[in-house]
Ligand binder design. Structure first.
Ligand SMILES: Nc1ccn([C@H]2C[C@H](O)[C@@H](COP(=O)(O)OP(=O)(O)OP(=O)(O)O)O2)c(=O)n1
Length: 985
């Protein structure tokens, strides 16, 4: 059966199956028929042969996708309508190479594998059914993949065993990874384990209890495909000088993921609170009709998922429940021969503060330095802890099972967790992707639930929806609630009642107090304080004497269970950063500077997402410590380093990557560190200020009257796209420029932000615009229409008045305006009705600014809104009107060309806007248009800066996200660029 094609059997002629294509074929056909019958009619389970297998069918197959779906259902497998993270195999009969490269790291297998496995009653080795003979078990191989590495992040505050900086990275044992990536022999060994395990499993024998010893660990073989994939990911030798390094680093970094998720959920809570309608469906469902009106006061719930990464991983591995399990990258193995691990460890220990725990004790030359992100409570019973190295953990718990990361799963479960809680209340302080504080006072009052009843309810809802357990702690404040969760874990609940607080706290080790950091803890220890009881029995004065007034009081309060800080629902972003402490190896100064430039773009993009600008710019460098080995114990890790941090404060806040880079370069040059010794680089932006206007080119363009479509004359977009596609090729830039230049462009008078007068058509007159946007507009306007002489009256003087001094002067000179004209207009050109509609505070501000007198204002007219009752059918979720739909084809091209021409780099807001619009084209199945636009885009940016290429790829990604669910395959479109300096792809 090699290759999935069976030779015709001579017996077939005799047995009458020849006309069916042979015995096996006949059997398959019969099976198909049988399963169709069974499933469609009775939907009965036939066997569990396909348990653990989840397929996505790509394109035309035989048996068809529908038939495979039935087979999967009947035989314990899972059928995915489109490819998801948990898809284990892609089933296809033919796929062009371009498609394969887009399918990720999932094996592409012929449908015969499913049918034959069912026929023989066991899962066959899929490598014999791979669609392409050069596929290995880990196919399709991604060109480059790297290991996930840790990124320091402020968001990660959970206490872990003290982790030496040099081993902070979630690194791997290079030799093992290299063997795996280079040697198919090793792959085959593992594939054999998988198969033998599957056979055992199918025979009802659990093969998962293999022990780990001598640096080797048992892997979860049922998912060892993923382990292999992780290894091939890790096998990358890519360093920071590679142009695609950053993107891959962040795509694979677990700490980056949790930091990003944490920030996203904090923002989500902000957004939900802003849009709050006062409706809480979950709460309504459990609200008692006769509400007890007695206020319950504020009770804080702390909710935290149990061993989060493990629990998510166990959803698809129920057979591992109850066993010691750890989420980690590595499989363990000996260290590389050319490294001096011992020296590194010694140096690290020398640098530890006195009294600090060291997690390197159990590490020797042969044990894994891969960090455990999360371990199950069964593993914890053996002494294994989160953050431990795998090598050390295996010594404590030889049965420890390693399972791979599942980033998509974490995102999914976190979202459900937050969504669930928000169905009851929005009094939420988001902490991280798996943890939050909630004030449940209102819930208890409305439902008359006791704390325990509520805890039972919410925990069971979360478990049912996520498949993962969580624990909840309750108390009068955040500290008590958090410490109560400690007792509740795992999978439990605990209410720390006020009368129990002092006793409960007395047993608490000081290390459990969230406000007590590493240095304070060591100092407390040296003073003889171990538990909160020791503090309770001491005095506030002693503490204040040792730690200062504020910190002393804080330790004192915490030891008594006091936390004066109220829950914080509105999250305010204080800083944005991008840091890399893996793969930093530069061959020359230029490479180092190029990397700093890329990191500046990265951090700027993150800043844009927050809608903020920054004044503080900080460069952080990790530099190899004197005498530290050049070759680090962990491949491309940072090793023992000294950290250097320098900041500058800008006179005005910025969101410009070039400004950021200029400052960073300045600091870097001042620090004078040899590029060869750099091991980590980070940029942090602080002193954030709200960016007043989302400076969108697209929005400005769309608001211009001249971009409106003249529908009558217009050939439809679709027709045009076909005709024009040919013309594009012949178009010269000059022709297009000329055409553009004749377009009438009016000031982009869009209202934005809080100043927008409600219900006003012409409210823009009162709105402050960013000088940047306006100056861009004016500059582009002048350039765009040399043929149309601008007259004085064409200029909106209110806009003019808001421009920065220098630009205003330039325009006044250029258009011969009278001096003082602008200020004159400012106070007369405001529509009173518009002004009257403004909220009081803004109206006052505007009046002050334009020096208006109160008497010029009319009282707000009393408007009676007539009651109209229309029984409208509820519209389906309305699509956001981006305004693009109103553009004809030529205008669309003009808009894009102007964008490429007038923006030095694409703004995220525009990239997202365009991406979403093109995704909508997919939903409306306007593939022709979509294709034409993307090709036009691609062609026109080929000579532009790499940022544009990245923008294109981002847009393309959004489009493909829309393609897969609808068409089952991605759109075939060019996606490479050739540039001298950069290679984005
Ligand atoms: N330095 C860190 C901190 C956290 N995490 C990930 C793994 C954890 O599963 C998840 C949540 O962190 P917790 O500290 O809450 O740890 P667990 O949920 O694993 O355990 P517990 O049940 O003790 O909360 O975040 C990580 O990878 N690295």
């Amino acid at each position: 059966m090699r290759g999935g094609r069976r030779k015709r059997n001579d017996d077939d002629d005799e047995n009458g199956f020849a006309q069916w294509g042979g015995y096996m074929e006949a059997k398959k056909a019969k099976l198909m028929e049988q399963y169709r019958e069974q499933t469609v009619k009775s939907a009965e389970k036939v066997s569990d042969v396909l348990k653990g297998i989840a397929i996505f069918v790509n394109g035309y197959t035989k048996p068809s996708s529908e038939e495979l779906k039935i087979l999967m259902a009947e035989h314990g497998g899972v059928f995915h309508t489109y490819q998801v993270a948990s898809t284990t195999h892609i089933i296809a009969s033919m796929l062009p190479n371009v498609k394969i490269s887009k399918l990720g790291n999932v094996p592409i297998v012929k449908p015969g594998w499913i049918v034959d496995s069912i026929t023989l009653g066991r899962v066959l080795d899929y490598s014999n059914y791979l669609l392409y003979s050069n596929q290995s078990r880990t196919q399709p191989k991604l060109k480059h993949y790297m290991k996930s590495a840790d990124v320091q992040s402020k968001n990660i505050t959970k206490s872990r065993p003290i982790s030496p900086d040099l081993f902070e990275s979630n690194e791997f044992d290079e030799e093992v990874e290299f063997k795996l990536s280079e040697s198919t022999e090793d792959e085959m060994k593992i594939s054999k384990i998988i198969d033998s395990k599957r056979v055992l499993e199918n025979n009802g024998i659990n093969a998962l209890t293999k022990t780990a010893y001598e640096g080797k660990i048992s892997i979860d073989e049922s998912k060892s495909k993923s382990v292999l994939e992780n290894n091939s990911i890790n096998a990358s030798t890519k360093t920071a000088s590679d142009p695609s390094f950053l993107a891959e680093f962040y795509n694979n970094s677990r700490l980056h993921l949790i930091a990003t998720l944490g920030a996203e959920f904090k923002q989500l809570v902000n957004d939900m609170r802003e849009k709050n309608t006062g409706k809480y469906p979950g709460l309504e469902a459990i609200t008692k009709r006769e509400v007890n009106n007695k206020s319950v006061g504020s009770i804080v719930m702390h909710i935290d998922m149990d061993c989060f990464f493990v629990s998510v991983g166990l959803r698809s591995r129920p057979e591992l429940r109850g066993l010691p399990v750890a989420v980690t990258h590595s499989k363990g193995g000996p260290s590389r021969s050319n490294v001096d691990r011992r020296r590194e460890i010694e140096m690290y220990v020398e640098r530890l503060p006195e009294g600090a725990d060291c997690r390197l004790e159990a590490i020797d030359n042969n044990s894994s330095l891969s960090e455990i992100a999360s371990c199950s409570y069964e593993a914890r019973k053996c002494g294994v802890k989160n953050g431990m190295f795998m090598g050390a953990a295996l010594k404590l718990c030889p049965n420890l099972k390693a399972i791979p990361y599942d980033f998509e799963g974490y995102k999914q479960v976190s979202s459900i967790l937050y969504k669930t809680i928000s169905e009851y209340t929005l009094d939420i302080e988001a902490v991280s992707c798996d943890e939050m504080y909630v004030d449940i006072g209102n819930i208890l009052q409305k439902t008359s639930f006791t704390v325990q009843e509520w805890a039972g309810h919410i925990r069971s809802v979360i478990k049912a929806r996520t498949g993962c357990p969580c624990s909840t702690g309750f108390g009068a404040n955040r500290l008590q609630a958090r410490l109560a969760t400690k007792r509740a874990k795992p999978d439990g609940q605990y209410y720390l009642k006020p009368e129990l607080v002092e006793d409960y706290m007395s047993e608490m080790p000081l290390s459990e107090l969230p406000g007590v950091g590493r240095a304070t803890l060591i100092k407390l220890k040296n003073l003889g304080f171990e538990t909160c009881k020791d503090i309770q029995e001491s005095s506030l004065t002693v503490l204040q004497k040792e730690f200062g007034s504020k910190s002393g009081e804080s330790i004192w309060d915490q030891s008594h269970g006091v936390d004066k800080k109220a829950l914080c629902y509105e999250h305010e972003r204080k800083s944005v950063s991008a840091e890399v402490n893996y793969g930093i190896r530069f061959k020359n100064e230029e490479e180092a500077l190029t990397f700093l430039q890329r990191l500046s773009v990265e951090v700027k993009n993150r800043l844009l997402e927050t809608g903020m600008k920054a004044r503080g710019v900080t460069l952080k460098l990790m530099v190899r410590a004197e005498n530290a080995p050049t070759e680090t114990a962990k491949y491309l890790g940072h090793g023992v380093c000294d950290s250097l941090t320098r900041s500058v404060m800008l006179p005005t806040a910025t969101e410009d990557s070039q400004v950021i880079y200029r400052e960073i370069k300045g600091i870097y040059e001042k620090l004078k560190q040899p590029y060869q010794d750099l091991r980590g680089v980070g940029i942090q932006l602080t002193r954030l200020e709200k960016a007043v206007v989302m400076n969108s080119f697209m929005k400005s363009f769309l608001s211009k009257p001249s971009t409106k479509v003249e529908t009558k004359k217009d050939v439809s977009f679709q027709q045009k796209s076909i005709i024009k596609e040919k013309t594009f090729k012949e178009d010269t830039t000059i022709n297009e420029e000329n055409k553009e230049n004749t377009i009438e462009v009016k000031p982009p008078m869009r209202a934005s932000g809080r100043g927008r007068p409600r219900g006003s058509k012409n409210g823009t007159k009162l709105v402050r615009k960013s000088s940047n946007e306006l100056s861009n507009y004016f500059k582009s306007t002048q350039k765009d229409r040399p043929k149309v002489k601008q007259s004085k009256c064409d200029i909106d003087l209110n806009v003019l008045n808001e421009l920065p001094e220098d630009i205003r002067k330039e325009i006044i000179k250029e258009y011969n305006l009278d001096k003082g004209e602008e200020t004159k207009v400012a106070s007369t050109n405001i529509e009173e009705t518009v002004l009257n509609e403004l909220p009081d505070d803004i109206r006052k501000e505007v009046m002050q600014e334009y020096k208006l007198e109160t008497k010029t204002l009319k009282a707000k007219p009393e408007t009676r809104i007539p009651e109209i009752k229309i029984d409208e059918p509820k519209p389906e979720k309305r699509k956001k009107d981006t305004g693009f739909a109103s553009l004809n084809y030529d205008n669309f091209k003009t808009m894009l060309r102007n964008w490429f021409k007038h923006e030095s780099e694409p703004k995220l807001v525009d990239v997202n806007m365009l991406g979403e619009y093109l995704k909508e084209l997919v939903s409306s199945r306007k593939i022709e248009q979509l294709h034409t636009i993307l090709k036009f885009f691609h062609r026109n940016i080929s000579n532009l800066h790499c940022n544009w290429h990245e923008a294109y790829l981002t847009i393309l990604k959004t489009v493909q996200e829309g393609m897969i669910p609808i068409y089952g395959h991605p759109l075939h479109i060019p996606k490479t660029f050739e540039c001298v300096k950069h290679s984005c792809d």
